[in-house]
Write a protein that binds this ligand. Sequence first.
Ligand code: NAP
Length: 344
Amino acid sequence: MGQVKNRRIVVTKRGAPDVLAVVTEPVSDPKPGEVRIRTLAAGVSSYDVMLRGHWFPGQKPPYTPGEDVVGIVDKLGDGVSAPDIGQRVALWTFGDVGGYSEYICSPAERAVPVPEALDSDEAVALVVNYLTASLAIHKTAAVESGERILVHGAAGGVGSALVQLGVLAGLDVYGTASAYNHEVVEALGATPIDYRNQDFVARIHEMTGDGVDVVFDVIGGTRQLWRSSRALRKGGRLIMLGMASAVQGGIKKIPGSMAVVALMRLLPNGKTTPMSPGMENYPAQNMDWYRESLAQFFDLAVSGEMKPLVAERFPLLEAARAHEFMERGGYAGKVVLTAAATSS
Ligand SMILES: NC(=O)c1ccc[n+]([C@@H]2O[C@H](COP(=O)([O-])OP(=O)(O)OC[C@H]3O[C@@H](n4cnc5c(N)ncnc54)[C@H](OP(=O)(O)O)[C@@H]3O)[C@@H](O)[C@H]2O)c1
């Protein structure tokens, strides 16, 4: 058998999905304190699509996208005693060498064992989206049982996680989604609102009277955020979590979004805009939280109390097709790249 090769996807420059290229290289050995993982499933997010298509602060081409992976530990770096070789693990992978790769080296502490009963594609859907949602709902919003929340993009990766964690926390959950996703949103336990054909501010006030306690907004943009603030009751919290609208609209969505947050801070209506930390650094700085949260999500998925949604699967080397699929829209949950590494 010749030397094992790694194939990974690289964003060669900003542009359409065809800027994603396959690079073949010798597989790297793990450094001290690292493990090497052979990828089974890698997550795709709308952040990856946005960063590939538009200039945003952050990674600059060439880079390998992808923030989460499930795979098999195949080599240990010096000083690593766990996890064992052969163990299936999940991990958060932020940085210049992201998850769209047949092999990935990572600090060993990031690799969290995946229970046998859990499918790899479902497990990968539980990593960044559910960590983001948990941070927002439990720490930033600090929700209390009985509160009412509105989740935008409720059938999306982060949105479906927010809905499920909200229901588990005993909240009354409303979720915006296109009509084709309403059955999904209802099945997760939320009351759907058709944001394309209905005024979500009016619907929220019709259904709740004085509005919701918290809005989680992953869509962004001036008008969207301003309307989200109007769906809040007096004293409510608006948590801005993402910019799904920037997949089409690009960086110009950012200044208006920031202006709304700044304006809300000046208005004397008691509504607040707590900022949730981004996923770029938070897990590395809070390893116990990261490992305990993932283990808990896996247990909840195995017991059936939580249902990670897999929207579609594509072969890892066809990541461009996955990006085209996401740009077309019309899906629910997480898009996953599946891998079967070869040696040559
Ligand atoms: N803060 C962090 O650390 C962090 C971590 C992860 C993700 N994010 C961000 O969160 C955002 C969402 O990511 P994702 O991976 O969950 O995306 P996603 O799976 O593509 O979901 C986005 C959803 O937005 C819905 N949508 C689009 N336009 C809408 C609108 N105007 N109103 C309501 N819903 C709308 C779509 O639903 P329909 O098809 O039903 O219309 C889609 O399902 C991205 O900007 C991402 O960068 C942030």
